[in-house]
Write a protein that binds this ligand. Structure first.
Ligand SMILES: C[S@@+](CC[C@H](N)C(=O)[O-])C[C@H]1O[C@@H](n2cnc3c(N)ncnc32)[C@H](O)[C@@H]1O
Length: 373
C-alpha cells in the first residue's frame, strides 16, 4: 500500500511553527528595545537630576553613575544561539505531546496592553530610587511585619517589592521584558524532567509549586497535566491573589494556594509526589536556600521528585559569565552573586536527595533530584 503524505497537515504544522517563532522573536526584539530605551532615558533623567542638585548645592558638577555594561559580539551570538535552541526544544516538546500547542501561544495580550503603559509610569520612581541607592523602600501603609529581613527588598527595583497589588499586576510583564519573551518558555522546561523522572502524573499525583508567585508555572502544569492535584505557596499575599485570578478560570480542580514561608512549609511529611520551584533560589541567602531544600525534601514522599529551575550558574555557563555578571546590580538581586556560585547538588545531598539530572536552557538551570527511600 502506498502511503500519501498529508500535505495539508505538513503545511499547517510548518505555518504554526513559523508563527510560534515569529511571536517569540517579536517578543525578544520588543524586550531588548524596551531595555535599551528605558536604560537610556533613565540614565539621561538621572544625569539631569544629579546635575541640577549639584547646581543648587553649589558643588562642582560630576557624574559618577554606574553605566550598564554592553555585551560583546561573541556573547550576543551565544545568547542568540541559546534562544534559537530553546525555541526548538519548546516546539519539539509540544509536538511530542508533553503539553498542548495552545500553551505556546498563551500570551496575556490584555495584560500587555493594560500594564505596559504602567511599566513606564513606574519608571521615574524606580530611577529615583536607583539614584538615591534605596533598595529596601516600602510604602508605610504596607505591613512589612512578619517577613524575613532578606525578603524586604525592592527586587528588580520593583516598587514595594513583592508586597503590593500593583507589583503583582506588573510582575509577569516585567519578567517577560527582562527575559526577552522567554520567561514562560523557561518555566515550561520543568515539564519534561517531571515526566522523565516520575512518569506521566495522574490524578493521584500531588505537585507543590514552592514560591509560585503569580501562578504562571501552575497554569502550565495544569495545562500539561489536567488531572493532577496542584498546590502552590508563596510569601506574598498580593501575588497569591493574582495567582488565584490567573488560575480560577482553568478547567479542572483549582490549585490550592497558601501563604507560607518556603523555609517552613505548612504540610505534613511525605505529602507530595513532586515539588517544583521556579526562579526562587537566586532571591534567597544561602542559609535560606538550604532550609527550603530541606523543607521540599521533607514534604515529598520517599522516591518523590524535586525540580529546581533558576538562573544559570558560573559552573555550568562560564561562557555567559559576562552576561550574568552585572545582573545583580542592574536588577537589584542582592543574593545573586552568591547563588551563581552555590552548589545546589551538595545542598540536595545534605537533604537526603540524589541528583538525577542537570539541564541548562537559555538563562536557566534545572536541577532534578529524587528523595532517597
Ligand atoms: C522571582 S519570583 C518567582 C515567582 C514564580 N515562581 C515565577 O515563576 O515567576 C520569586 C517569588 O518567591 C517568593 N518568595 C521569596 N522568598 C520566599 C520565601 N522565603 N518563602 C516563600 N516565597 C518566597 C516571592 O514572593 C516571589 O513570588
Amino acid at each position: 500500500m502506498q502511503v500519501v503524505p498529508d500535505f495539508s497537515a505538513i503545511a499547517s504544522n510548518s505555518f504554526e511553527k513559523n508563527a510560534y517563532q515569529a511571536l517569540h522573536w517579536g517578543k525578544n526584539f520588543f524586550g531588548v528595545a524596551h531595555k535599551l530605551t528605558s536604560n537610556r532615558v533613565g540614565t539621561a533623567v538621572n544625569d539631569v537630576r544629579t546635575l541640577a542638585e549639584q547646581l543648587l548645592e553649589g558643588t562642582p558638577p560630576s557624574l559618577r553613575q554606574q553605566r550598564a555594561q554592553k555585551l560583546d559580539d561573541r556573547t550576543l551570538q551565544l545568547v542568540k544561539e541559546r534562544f534559537e535552541a530553546v525555541l526548538e526544544v519548546d516546539w519539539q516538546d509540544a509536538e511530542a505531546g508533553l503539553y498542548p500547542k495552545s500553551l505556546l501561544f498563551d500570551n496575556p495580550w490584555q495584560d500587555f496592553f493594560r500594564y505596559y503603559p504602567q511599566v513606564w509610569w513606574e519608571l521615574p520612581g524606580i530611577w529615583d530610587r536607583v539614584r538615591r541607592k534605596q533598595y529596601q523602600e516600602f510604602d508605610p501603609a504596607i505591613d512589612t511585619d512578619n517577613y524575613p529581613k532578606y525578603y524586604l527588598q525592592n527586587f528588580h527595583h520593583q516598587t514595594n517589592g513583592y508586597l503590593s497589588d500593583r507589583s503583582a499586576e506588573l510582575y509577569d510583564l516585567q519578567v517577560e521584558l527582562v527575559f526577552g519573551g522567554s520567561a514562560n518558555i523557561m518555566r515550561r522546561r520543568i515539564i519534561r524532567p517531571i515526566i522523565d523522572a516520575a512518569g506521566y502524573p495522574d490524578k493521584s499525583t500531588r505537585i507543590l509549586d514552592i514560591a509560585c508567585g503569580t501562578g504562571r508555572t501552575l497554569r502550565m502544569l495544569r495545562s500539561a497535566f489536567p488531572e493532577v492535584q496542584l498546590y502552590g505557596t508563596d510569601l506574598s499575599p498580593t501575588y497569591l491573589r493574582k495567582a488565584n485570578q490567573l488560575l480560577i478560570d482553568l478547567p479542572g480542580e483549582l490549585p490550592q494556594l497558601l501563604q507560607a514561608n518556603a523555609e517552613s512549609l505548612p504540610y505534613a511529611d511525605a505529602t507530595f509526589d513532586i515539588a517544583t520551584s521556579v526562579f526562587l533560589f537566586h532571591e534567597l541567602p544561602g542559609e535560606a536556600r538550604q532550609n527550603v531544600i530541606d523543607e521540599a525534601a521533607r514534604v515529598i514522599k520517599p522516591g518523590g521528585i524535586v525540580v529546581i529551575c533558576d538562573s544559570i550558574q558560573l559552573a555550568d555557563s562560564e561562557e555567559l559569565g559576562p552576561a550574568i555578571d552585572s545582573f545583580d546590580k542592574v536588577y537589584h538581586e542582592p543574593y545573586y552573586r552568591d547563588y551563581i556560585r552555590d552548589d545546589l547538588g551538595q545542598r540536595l545531598r545534605a537533604a537526603d536527595c540524589k541528583v538525577l539530572d542537570v539541564q541548562v536552557h537559555l538563562w536557566s538551570r534545572y536541577t532534578v533530584a529524587c528523595k532517597l527511600a
